[in-house]
Design a protein around this ligand. Structure first.
Ligand SMILES: [Zn+2]
Length: 266
């Protein structure tokens, strides 16, 4: 869907043309919400670099497995699986349909501005969760290969992922709410890489929310002046809910969110 055009860059404020259309969630992740005329060329270079890093380094196999769109049509059809037999490690190449594709998501505490304390710089990571996004069940694949263990490693660039969350939340809040009052969000400086106080503004709500029929799910929560966006990527998989503060309000109307807790499956 297309929102009303913004006619200024939501990241730096310039009104100089040309302004480009922004996908709130990247096209390559299957994002279909568009914010027209909302980014200048310079800022588009910055946000594209952030997204490219997440899409290529972290989510390439996931995108291939879920059949997400790709402008360059270069998503892999054969994907590696690292398996172990005793002390021996080997890599098996599997067709996409036979590959148990996994995604890792980081768990954070609540955003510091909502609750508790955040570090002066960066963000605390308090855990990771691994999700199978597609392919046959892992055990079935390992049994067929006559092995018991597989290793999944991925280059998880936390800071780029957090910048992407900031970009999604800012663009969505502007789309739903308009740009007035959001020009001085804490998120612009995070996206531009000027300040790394990301733990104050970004964190997790529920770690294991109920599955959602949507591929991605965005919600804007408003309380007094507070604006918080709940971002769920691959929401059908019960991936963590990320909370991103777009605007801070007063003490008394600070919104509260349910906490994440570990789910142990037995
Ligand atoms: Zn700009």
């Amino acid at each position: 869907m297309k929102y009303a055009p913004i006619a200024e860059c939501i990241y730096c404020g310039t009104t100089q043309q040309p302004l480009t259309d922004e996908h709130i969630i990247a096209y390559a992740l299957g994002g279909d919400k568009i914010l027209p005329k909302s980014s200048c060329g310079t800022c588009q270079t910055v946000t594209s670099k952030v997204e490219r890093s997440v899409l290529r380094d972290m989510l390439l196999q996931v995108r291939a497995q879920l059949g997400l769109p790709s402008r360059k049509k270069s998503l892999p059809k054969i994907m590696p699986l690292v398996v172990h037999n005793g002390n021996e490690q080997s890599t098996v190449e599997l067709e996409k349909a036979n590959h148990p594709t996994m995604a890792t998501f980081l768990l954070y505490p609540m955003p510091g501005a909502l609750e508790g304390e955040a570090p002066e710089r960066g963000i605390n990571v308090i855990g990771t969760q691994l999700y199978q996004v597609g392919g046959p069940p892992l055990k079935q694949v390992l049994d067929a290969l006559g092995t018991k263990n597989a290793t999944f490693s991925e280059e998880f660039k936390g800071s780029e992922f957090e910048k992407m969350l900031a970009k999604i939340a800012l663009a969505y809040a502007v789309a739903e709410h308009g740009i007035d009052g959001l020009r001085e969000s804490p998120l612009q400086k995070i996206i531009q890489g000027e300040i790394d106080d990301v733990g104050k503004w970004i964190g997790c709500g529920l770690w294991h929310p109920e599955p959602n029929p949507n591929l991605h799910d965005l919600k804007l929560v408003e309380s007094g002046k507070w604006l918080v966006v709940s971002v769920r990527l691959f929401a059908h998989l019960r991936t963590p809910e990320y909370l991103v503060i777009v605007r801070v309000g007063g003490e008394t109307d600070r919104p509260t969110f349910p906490h994440g807790e570990l789910v142990v499956e037995v």
